[in-house]
Structures are given as structure tokens and as C-alpha cells.
Design a protein around this ligand. Structure first.
Ligand SMILES: [Zn+2]
Length: 619
């Protein structure tokens, strides 16, 4: 036992520096091995050369012309009028650049109610996941089936028009098209007045700030608010405001929309925070909510469902190594499981639902390793871990791969609670609750990205769930996390308290839900031995807000751990467990150094100015 214990890694979550350093070395080697001329992702789109990944057969006009041009070296503008012209031109360039792309859009929304002690807290919630087509007109296809609504109704209408039965919302241009662009069709001097306000830094980026007001007769649904424009190419990096002149019975939400410089020359829409509601005395709230919208998957290879068949990779069945032998029945069985597992992982990654292998996986893997070593678990194939890119709190395993959602990692307070989450899935693997061997057949991978949730499922029967919980608790008690299970239990208690208001966040789409009808079922036994949950105890952190731990790169879907200075909690209201908060990414210009840093979590960059250059959604 002693001998094993020495290999156990302690405190992965609070002090990850050593891991990060080790990973840095690894990644640097990987980068160095790539040929210098190899096309990199994200890649600049040279003026005369169409980006092969962005050509879509269906969008004829945009695929004929080069879809994207890095900004040409224009003479720097000398007057504010010239700056405004440049801003307008750059926005139009961005619309053109994004036209062939179909990013994933996720909106998670919490309706609020006033709590005497905690302030506005979630009352109920809504979740939307779709793929946005940014060509001619903005359209979406949804991942989630909605039995109540007609298929023809767009996500925008449902999100923005279906919030409450009491009010009928009407939106002139479709919802998200305004939220990511200032004005998709009419962003010009005929429709808007520009008033220069000041210079201001957003993160490392110096910006010019303009207030925008629609002209008198510009019509309904025009942007009204402030834009931040970086001072080199004059791209908009942030918009904050609303849309003016709602008609009767319609309502425009306020929004704060952020873009990131993830490709040379372009700032792509990444985060939108919306909030409505007034909780001051005497305020009459017709509507009160907070919502986070995230976009990612800009660089996904398959843009449309009709690309699917041409993109299916046919694996070579020949093994040319001279020593190749036929597999024994057991070896064949394992090979079969591996194939199923690989198929599923590859398919989920291609749909933008699974982050590419990266540093967060290494952290999860370390925890799994600790559990395995201390429990003398030896498996024929190594256990792998991967991160689902979505917010709902869920886990599942396919073969020997454990998958945990970004949202779940976000809200876990410490390493012990992460161990709790991983131990349940590890228990399924140890107990041989194998799922998914049907996916070794490649025909089962042939579906559109949007129908992933209808084609994949990794749910266990209740008996296996109970057995996995029991085994997991056994493993935890023999592990280095045995002394840290109080916080894990507190997490369960906090979740139990909030579960009835968070049904959308707790709805699992691929695996078993953590709750059943508003009651936490997963690992619930841990709650009984945990201390009492007390929101007023400021040093008791039972669960974190969403978005505080994992950062998702909207361009290449890579995930990394957020590097943010913890901010002291001064009241129970600061805890915000499972809650939506505004975005405040640290903006930085694209550079190769940044691109390298993005893959290494904490690259000590070459200069001080880029040391913290990665955009960090902070709370
Ligand atoms: Zn399970």
C-alpha cells in the first residue's frame, strides 16, 4: 500500500502548476515536430486562396469568391470619419468571413426570483443547443428535440419568444443575428450616428469606444448602445446595448457581446451575456432572467448534413506488419470494444460536442489514476477521460473513456468532488457495465451532427447505477480523497437544494441524469455524512458558478483551465452556486505565441504583455 501511495498525486485542482509545466514541455515538443509549412488551425485565409474547409456545396455565391481576406495593409486613418468607415468595412468583412461557417450556439438561461438572503436566484431554467448557419440569412438547426414546438419555428423565436406564456415577444431580424453583429444588413452611416466616446483598454487591447444611435427613420430593431473597436484593424471587439424601437408587445433584450481574436485579422463572436429584471423596491418585473450564450465549432470540418457521407473515414482493415496474427476471441472482443469507443469519441468530436484531447483531460486522468492505484485496479485497456463541450451537468462512459461535461467541471468546488464524479464512471468500467459495442458498426456513425442526441445514448439501467455508486464510494474511501469527501457531500446537498429550479441544467443528453424528478440520486449517500449546508458560512464553498473553471476556445473547441485570481467572497450572495454570471474575457490580440499558449494552459509567454494574453471569462 505504501508503495502505491507514493505514486498518488495530491491536490491536482488547487496547485496544477507542475502538471501545466510538464504539459508545456509535451506540447512544445509536439509543436516543434510539425513541419513549418503545414497548415495550422486556426489558419489565416490568404487573399487569393479559398479556405478548403469552408467551401460548402450549397452556398454557391460565397464559395465562388474567396471567402475571407486578412485585412490588407491600408493606410492608417487620420480622422474619426475615416475610422468609422474602416469599422463599417471590417464588420462587413467579418460577415463575409463567417458566412460559410456553421458554429454551435448554446444558450443557457435562468429565470430569476428574489431570495431574501441570497438575492436574485434561479427559479427555473432553459437550455438551447443548435447550429447556426451564418450565410445569406441566419438560420439554425437544433440538437434538442422539442415536442411542444413546430419544427419550422426557429430557435431564436423559441428562445426570445417562448420564454413566458404571459408575453408574446416579436423580433424583427432574427434574434441572434443582431446579437453577434451590430446590424447584419444595414450597418452604415445612413442608418446610424457614431459618437466617439474615448479610448479604453479591454484586457491587453487598446480600443476606441463609440456610442451608436440609430437615425430617426432607420426603422425598428436597430442597435442602440456602445461598441469597442480595437485600434489596429478597427474590428469591433465588444458590443453592449440593446435594439431600439420595439413595436407594441415586443421586447428587445439587453446584451453584452464579446468577440475573440482567434484567427489572424478577425474577431469572432464568442460570448453573449443577457440580463433583464429589476429587483429594487417597488420594481414590477414582467421578466427577469440571466442568460449566457456561447459559440464554438467555427472550424468544424463538416458544415452541413449533406457533407456527412463524403467525410466518413474508411479505416484500413489491412495490417501490414509481418508479425500480425489473428486475435484470440478475448482479444477480438477487446478490439471490438475499442473500435466502438473510438468511433463514438471521433464522431462526438466531429460534431463539436467533445473537446479535442488536451490539458483538462490530463487533470481528470490524474484523479482517475489516483483512484486506480490506491484501489489496485488493473484494467486491460487504460481509462481515458474527455470533456464534453456543453453546459448541462452530465457524465457518461463509453468503453474505457469517461466523459465529463464542461458545465459539471465548472461547478465542482474541489478535487475531492471531481474524484466523486469520476469514481462513479470508473466504477461502471471496473464492474464491466460495458455500453456502446453496437457503435463498432460504422453505419451507426452516419447521421447529421444535429441528430447526435437521437443516435447516441449511454444510459445505464437503475441496478447498474446503484451498483456503480456503491463501488464508487468504496473506491473513494480507499483513496487519497477519503478525507476530502465532506465537500463532495456538500456539493450534493447544494445541488439538491437547487435541483428543482435547474431541470434544464440537470437534463443529461447522452448519459444518466444526476437527478431524478428534482431529487439528486447520483452518489447521494455522500450527503448524509457531510456537514450542514450554510450559505452564510463564507468559507463553505459547496458549488461554483458556471463558467469559472473551464474555458472553451470557440475556434478549435479546445478546453483549458481558466487562470483567474480568486476573488474574496464577502457575502452569501457572492457564492452564486450553479448560476449564470456575466462574461468578462481578457481580450488579447492573436499571435502565434497566443496560439501556442492556448494549447498549453499556462505558457510562460515570451513577453510580459502576452503572459496573461488568453481571454479568460472571469466571474
Ligand atoms: Zn452511471
Amino acid at each position: 500500500m505504501r508503495r502505491f501511495m507514493r505514486k498518488v498525486t495530491r491536490d491536482v485542482m488547487p496547485t496544477m502548476n507542475w502538471i501545466i509545466l510538464a504539459l508545456l514541455a509535451l506540447t512544445m515538443t509536439a509543436v516543434a515536430q510539425q513541419p513549418a509549412s503545414a497548415p495550422q488551425n486556426p489558419q489565416p485565409a490568404p487573399a487569393a486562396q479559398p479556405d478548403p474547409t469552408s467551401a460548402r456545396p450549397s452556398s454557391a455565391p460565397s464559395s465562388q469568391t474567396p471567402p475571407a481576406q486578412a485585412p490588407v495593409n491600408l493606410a492608417p486613418p487620420t480622422t474619426m470619419d475615416q475610422v468609422v468607415d474602416r469599422v463599417i468595412m471590417r464588420e462587413k468583412d467579418l460577415i463575409k468571413f463567417l458566412a460559410p461557417r456553421t458554429p454551435i450556439v448554446e444558450t443557457y438561461l435562468q429565470n430569476l426570483t428574489q431570495d431574501k438572503q441570497l438575492g436574485p436566484i434561479p427559479q427555473d431554467d432553459h437550455y438551447f443547443l443548435g447550429r447556426m448557419d451564418l450565410s445569406e440569412s441566419i438560420d439554425r438547426s437544433d440538437f434538442l428535440q422539442d415536442k411542444d414546438k413546430g419544427k419550422d419555428e426557429s430557435m431564436e423565436k423559441r428562445l426570445l419568444g417562448g420564454l413566458t406564456k404571459k408575453f408574446k415577444f416579436q423580433y424583427q431580424p432574427l434574434g441572434f443575428s443582431w446579437m453577434i453583429f451590430v446590424d447584419r444588413n444595414d450597418f452604415d452611416r445612413q442608418h446610424y450616428d457614431f459618437h466617439y466616446a474615448r479610448r479604453e483598454f479591454l484586457g491587453d487591447v487598446r480600443c476606441l469606444v463609440f456610442d451608436l444611435t440609430p437615425k430617426k427613420d432607420a426603422g425598428r430593431g436597430r442597435f442602440l448602445g456602445r461598441i469597442w473597436v480595437e485600434d489596429q484593424d478597427f474590428s469591433i471587439v465588444r458590443l453592449n446595448g440593446t435594439y431600439a424601437h420595439p413595436s407594441r408587445n415586443s421586447y428587445y433584450f439587453h446584451m453584452d457581446s464579446w468577440r475573440l481574436n482567434l484567427v489572424p485579422g478577425y474577431w469572432v463572436p464568442a460570448y453573449i451575456y443577457s440580463e433583464e429584471g429589476d429587483f429594487t423596491a417597488g420594481a414590477h418585473n414582467t421578466i427577469a432572467f440571466k442568460a449566457q450564450t456561447r459559440m464554438w465549432g467555427y472550424n468544424l470540418k463538416t458544415g452541413a448534413a449533406n457533407d456527412e457521407l463524403t467525410n466518413i473515414r474508411v479505416d484500413s482493415v489491412k495490417d501490414d506488419t509481418p508479425t500480425a496474427q489473428d486475435a484470440t476471441p478475448l482479444a477480438a472482443e477487446r478490439e471490438w470494444q475499442q473500435q466502438a469507443e473510438d468511433n463514438v469519441i471521433e464522431r462526438l468530436e466531429r460534431a463539436g460536442l467533445l473537446a479535442p484531447e488536451g490539458d483538462v483531460d490530463k487533470i481528470l486522468q490524474t484523479v482517475v489514476n489516483n483512484l486506480e492505484i490506491t484501489n489496485n485496479i488493473e484494467l486491460p485497456r487504460p481509462v481515458r477521460t474527455r470533456v464534453l463541450t456543453t453546459s448541462p451537468l452530465e457524465t457518461f462512459s463509453v468503453g474505457n473513456t469517461i466523459v465529463v461535461s464542461r458545465g459539471l467541471i465548472d461547478v465542482l468546488p474541489d478535487e475531492g468532488s471531481l474524484a466523486m464524479v469520476l469514481s462513479h464512471e470508473l466504477a461502471h468500467i471496473v464492474l464491466g457495465h460495458n455500453l456502446g459495442s453496437q457503435y463498432a458498426f460504422n453505419d451507426r456513425m452516419l447521421f447529421s451532427d444535429e441528430s447526435t442526441y437521437q443516435n447516441f445514448g449511454f444510459k445505464h439501467i437503475p441496478e447498474e447505477e446503484t451498483a456503480a455508486d456503491k463501488k464508487a464510494i468504496e473506491m473513494l474511501k480507499a483513496s487519497p480523497y477519503a478525507q476530502k469527501l465532506d465537500t463532495a457531500g456538500l456539493f450534493i446537498k447544494a445541488l439538491q437544494q437547487r435541483a428543482p429550479s435547474l431541470s434544464a441544467l440537470l437534463q443529461a443528453h447522452l448519459g444518466n441524469s444526476i437527478t431524478d424528478n428534482g431529487t439528486v440520486t447520483r452518489m447521494a449517500a455522500l450527503a448524509t455524512s457531510a456537514p450542514a449546508l450554510d450559505w452564510n458560512k463564507l468559507d463553505q464553498i459547496a458549488a461554483l458558478p458556471l463558467g469559472g473553471r473551464v474555458k472553451l476556445n470557440p475556434w478549435d473547441d479546445k478546453v483549458e483551465i481558466v487562470k483567474a485570481q480568486p476573488v474574496a467572497i464577502t457575502s452569501a450572495r457572492d457564492k452564486m452556486p450553479f448560476e449564470v454570471t456575466p462574461f468578462y474575457p481578457r481580450l488579447a490580440r492573436y499571435s502565434n505565441a497566443n496560439a501556442a499558449a492556448a494549447t498549453t494552459a499556462a505558457a510562460p509567454s515570451t513577453t510580459a504583455t502576452t503572459a496573461n494574453a488568453n481571454p479568460t471569462p472571469a466571474n
